[in-house]
Design a protein around this ligand. Structure first.
Ligand code: SF4
Length: 728
């Protein structure tokens, strides 16, 4: 606890207590001690006093024991030389301040100046409490910002108020600074204030802050079932349920400090624009208690972060319909305005976490040509970087969140998304384009949906979209390194070393019977989900598409079948698939959706297999291009002799291990050979196949484009597959 803050808060509390005493004496002199005192139309008496002590203040005389309570709470002034750094003293001073401020405001209702005058509204009655308080319970209002003082100018005040409104927060205003107040600044700018607009001017002096805190204390009694006098539960209810904070604009006086200390009791931190000492360690508040010197441009975001407020964006601000109903929508070439990726242009998508101060929540940046610069049916490069920040965010969660891009973009009518990482493919329909859909809307979708579904781990989301080829290629290099690092995290784990595998049913929107079984040695076939990602996804959302599957008894460990895994597959494939082998493409192979990075197919006359990656556009030796193969084998079918899989799986010891494994590879296009060269050589060495020498025995499109040519090539090269047992 800062000595300066504690000393100021305690000083301020003594001053306000003195004012309360004087005000009460004046009121009793003017009206007599039996004069009724109340905040109009409320059954909660003088609410903070009632909520915290259970005292029903009905007359001015009833304030006398409250004054005694205030004095018993007030700690001694802080000695200059001797100081015990004890937060409790400041908190007691804060609570005493709130009681004293209620006495002051209560007396004002009797002897003036009336709290309701000019733009000021004074206490909210119980009708307002019921109407508005329920919003704090049902989530339509996450909380409130209690603004104290005045912004440096009218324009800044309006900007801050608008930002708070956009986040559905109530703005409760009191006090003044440099001859004006935040409310007066809004009034000057013609901003409509009142409970309807959520901009509520309570009063021009600091004691009016008790109307905001009293509202919170009443909400706990009214909606939280907290009994009057149960101060502990009331304060904890507010800390957990009412996401409120104090924004202090201008010179922080001792009285402000004292009132802020009162708010800290509720778990409401103070965020100030001025240079005051900070209280950073957590304790009573969820995170920091006082954060100072915050620039006006970022003060709202900072307050939201410090309070741990989770923003839900109820409406996705895009010009087309948005619903899971559009998930399976395809956009044919003739209906398309523009496309990105899909091996037609360089493209990638990458979600990464950043330090919290480097992410501006809601910011969407588009760098490069917009979609209106291309002719109908055109194409553009596409680099999508989503940056997230959150106190509970972990790097392990990045791939999980990244994979949601696919789902969220497909919810927009007229937007099609396929694939992931750097095999993504996006189309915008002519209709969506005509309705005004532009690249920035992709960012808006991701911002809204990531907040909607992952608010428990992230606080901020910003999106950057690049469409000029040079930048996309440069950034793709960085993204690729990260993809590789993610894949490498699993090194050393084996399928035998774990008791559970993870499912993924994310692709059921396109392939309703498909599910991936993700094991440490076999990633999801899109390449975006490893076993660790499945585990992280389950940790984030236990009801989501990734569930743990205990393996149960072994059915056949050679082909990779387990009792409970088969049961799970049967259930989740809508009873379409009874069994699946993790290690065989011949016996009950895993189903293929449409997202796989590669597809393997048996080439019978070579006694081996070919592997075609998504990015290879040419004919393959099995007589089909990748797209035809995907159409034939994909969609959730189980087709012996064919299997979709990730690139990473190719170098796994479990790669079709029941069918002869890695040594069966007789053909793959050059692009894949080049990309995986290091890993392929290493794997070949591990198997004693001779590293680079084995790679040279694998045909590619430069030497063979038909099965016959592959057979000739491997025969000449002395490929080991020729010596292996037949695949069938
Ligand atoms: S391919 Fe498999 S792992 Fe990847 S998203 Fe689809 S179901 Fe999940």
């Amino acid at each position: 606890m800062s000595r300066i803050i504690a000393a100021a808060a305690i000083r301020g509390a003594h001053q306000i207590a003195k004012q309360a005493e004087e005000m009460l004496a004046k009121a009793i002199a003017a009206k007599g001690e039996t004069a009724a005192v109340e905040f109009p139309n409320t059954g909660y008496y003088i609410p903070i006093i009632y909520a915290m002590t259970g005292r029903q203040v009905k007359t001015l005389a009833d304030f006398r024991p409250v004054l005694d309570e205030i004095h018993s709470l007030l700690p001694p002034q802080v000695e200059k030389k001797l100081w015990v750094p004890y937060l409790g003293h400041a908190l007691d001073a804060g609570m005493a301040t709130l009681f004293a401020e209620e006495i002051i405001e209560g007396c004002k209702y009797l002897i003036g100046p009336s709290p309701v005058n000019d733009i000021w509204l004074g206490a909210a009655d119980d009708v307002i409490l019921r109407e508005r308080g329920i919003q704090f319970v049902d989530g339509s209002a996450p909380g409130f910002a209690a603004i104290v003082g005045a912004a440096p100018d009218t324009e800044t005040a309006v900007k801050i108020a608008r930002k708070l409104q956009e986040r559905l927060l109530y703005v409760f205003m009191c006090s003044h600074d440099h001859g004006t107040s935040f409310s007066q600044q809004l009034a000057e700018a013609g901003v409509e204030m009142g409970w309807e607009t959520r901009l509520v001017p309570f009063g021009p002096e600091i004691p009016a802050a008790i109307y905001a805190l009293g509202f919170a204390a009443r909400a706990a009694m009214s909606f939280g079932g907290v009994q009057p006098g149960d101060f502990r539960r009331n304060l904890l209810y507010n800390k957990a349920r009412i996401f409120a904070f104090v924004l202090a604009f201008g010179k922080v006086t001792d009285e402000w400090y004292a009132t802020a200390a009162g708010a800290i009791n509720f778990g409401f931190p103070t965020i100030a624009d001025s240079d005051i000492p900070q209280i950073l360690p957590t304790g009573v508040c969820t995170y920091e208690h006082v954060v100072s010197n915050v620039p006006h441009e970022t003060i709202v975001e900072k307050a939201i972060e410090v309070r741990g407020l989770k923003i839900k964006i109820t409406h996705v601000p895009i010009p087309v319909a948005f619903s899971p109903a559009f998930e399976g929508e395809r956009i044919r070439k003739e209906d398309m305005h523009v496309e990105f990726g899909g091996q037609r242009t360089p493209a990638f998508e990458w979600l990464r976490s950043r330090p919290i101060d480097q992410v501006e929540d809601g910011k969407v940046e588009v760098a490069g040509p917009e979609v209106d610069t291309v002719k109908e049916g055109g194409k553009l490069p596409f680099g999508l970087i989503v940056e997230v920040a959150g106190r509970k965010m972990q790097p392990d969660f990045e791939p999980v969140l990244e994979r949601q891009i696919h789902t969220y973009l497909n919810h927009a009518q007229g937007l099609f998304h396929m694939g992931q990482r750097d095999i993504n493919w996006v189309r915008i329909s002519k209709e969506a384009y005509a309705k005004g859909f532009r690249l920035e809307h992709i960012g808006k979708i991701l911002h809204a949906m990531l907040h909607e579904h992952f608010s428990s781990i992230l606080d901020k989301v910003q999106v950057k979209i690049y469409t000029d080829e040079k930048t996309v290629k440069e950034l793709h290099g960085q993204a690729r390194k990260v993809y590789e690092e993610r894949d490498a995290r699993l090194a050393g784990m084996t399928d035998e070393s774990v008791d559970v595998f993870y499912s993924c049913t994310l692709c059921q929107s396109f392939a309703p019977n498909h599910l991936c079984i993700i094991t440490p040695q076999r990633s999801g076939l899109c390449g975006a989900y490893s076993w660790l990602d499945g585990r992280a996804a389950y940790e984030i959302n236990p009801a989501g598409p990734n569930r743990p599957i205990p393996k149960g008894n072994i059915v056949d460990d050679r082909i990779g079948q387990w009792e409970k895994v088969n049961q799970f597959i049967y259930e989740k494939s809508n009873a379409a698939i009874e069994r699946m082998s993790a290690y065989s493409m011949i016996v009950d192979p895993m189903t293929s959706c449409g997202c796989f990075e590669c597809i393997s197919a048996v080439l019978p006359s070579t006694n081996g297999i070919m592997i075609a990656p998504r990015e290879f556009p040419g004919e393959t030796p099995c007589g089909m291009k990748f797209s035809t193969l995907a159409g034939t084998v994909g969609g959730g079918r189980q087709v012996p002799g064919f299997v979709g899989h990730s690139k990473h799986y190719i170098v796994s010891p479990k790669f079709i291990s029941a069918d002869g494994g890695f040594a069966r590879i007789v053909w793959m296009p050059k692009v894949l050979k080049d990309e995986l060269k290091g890993a392929l050589v290493k794997r070949a060495d591990e198997l004693g196949l001779g590293g680079e020498a084995f790679l040279a025995k694998i045909a590619d499109e430069t030497v063979a484009t038909t099965e016959e040519q592959v057979a000739e090539f491997v025969a000449k090269a002395g490929h080991p597959a020729l010596q292996m047992a037949p695949m069938f």
